[in-house]
Write a protein that binds this ligand. Structure first.
Ligand SMILES: NC(=O)c1ccc[n+]([C@@H]2O[C@H](COP(=O)([O-])OP(=O)(O)OC[C@H]3O[C@@H](n4cnc5c(N)ncnc54)[C@H](OP(=O)(O)O)[C@@H]3O)[C@@H](O)[C@H]2O)c1
Length: 228
């Protein structure tokens, strides 16, 4: 089956992707900044290594020999953290380091997790531009994320075939794995039903795109509808 390298493997999405990949028989290289903080990540077929997604040399060193890479890194885990330490260029640096580092390592596939804030609402505006739909205080993070997506698009013609999967709506930690998901485009899903996705189903979509790439050098939205 080969091996998948997961950047941000200690986070919510990274853990879900690691679990999904293992369940399908892949070996996983779990990249975290400080392995000593993640003793619980160690498992059969999981190798925990130190790395930094914003450093191309680190990406090359950790990714060589893998069939694909997953970018599930976030420098921001919730509003309580604040923005004092947020580098507005974080996701641009990560995009550059991943495209350069993976190319140098000979890894041709990258699947990145996006942010629903830059999908378009019913009025055609990005969700993050609507203060009723998106908290103003999180806007700096949304802008940083969007800059990273734009960087991938600007550099889209290189050797690394990337896809960004953007959860449309709430991303539910602990939500069940259904094994199903819908794929949309730039718009938030229209209609009265609420888009929602469990981290487990985001992981299903992510590993699907590593295993059998369908989306190439583009971003799509990924969602289910909340069952009430
Ligand atoms: N509805 C939505 O659209 C939605 C909702 C939630 C999340 N997301 C997106 O989903 C992605 C994953 O989010 P998440 O919820 O899984 O985040 P998370 O739980 O906060 O995990 C993020 C991980 O990134 C790691 N990290 C931070 N800086 C790093 C660096 N320079 N190099 C390597 N790893 C680094 C952190 O680990 P260390 O600090 O230990 O290094 C952390 O474990 C993000 O892009 C996030 O914005 C989207």
């Amino acid at each position: 089956m080969g091996a998948i390298v997961v950047f941000g493997a200690g986070g919510r999405a990274g853990r879900a992707v690691t679990a999904e990949a293992r369940a399908r028989g892949y070996a996983v290289t779990a990249v975290v900044r400080d392995p000593a903080r993640y003793p619980d990540l160690r498992a059969e077929c999981v190798t925990v290594v130190r790395g930094d997604v914003t450093d191309a040399g680190s990406v090359t060193a950790t990714a060589a020999g893998h069939v694909g890479a997953v970018h599930a890194v976030s420098p921001f885990s919730g509003p309580e953290q604040g923005f004092d330490t947020l580098d507005p260029r974080f996701f641009v640096k990560a995009a550059d380091a991943l495209l350069d580092g993976l190319a140098a390592a000979g890894v041709g596939r990258l699947v990145a997790v996006g942010l629903g804030a830059n999908l378009l609402g019913a009025d055609g505006r990005p969700v993050m531009d609507d203060p009723l739909a998106f908290p103003r205080e999180i806007r700096p993070f949304a802008l940083a994320h969007t800059a990273g997506l734009n960087r991938l698009r600007e550099r889209g013609g290189g050797p690394v075939d990337w896809a960004m999967l953007t959860p449309a709506g709430h991303l539910d930690h602990g939500g069940a794995r259904t094994g199903r998901y819908r794929v949309g485009g730039e718009q938030l899903p229209a209609g009265s039903r609420e888009p929602w996705l469990s981290y487990a189903d985001l992981a299903v979509a992510t590993v699907d795109e590593i295993e059998k790439p369908v989306r190439h050098r583009t971003r799509v939205s990924v969602f289910n509808f909340l069952e009430r």
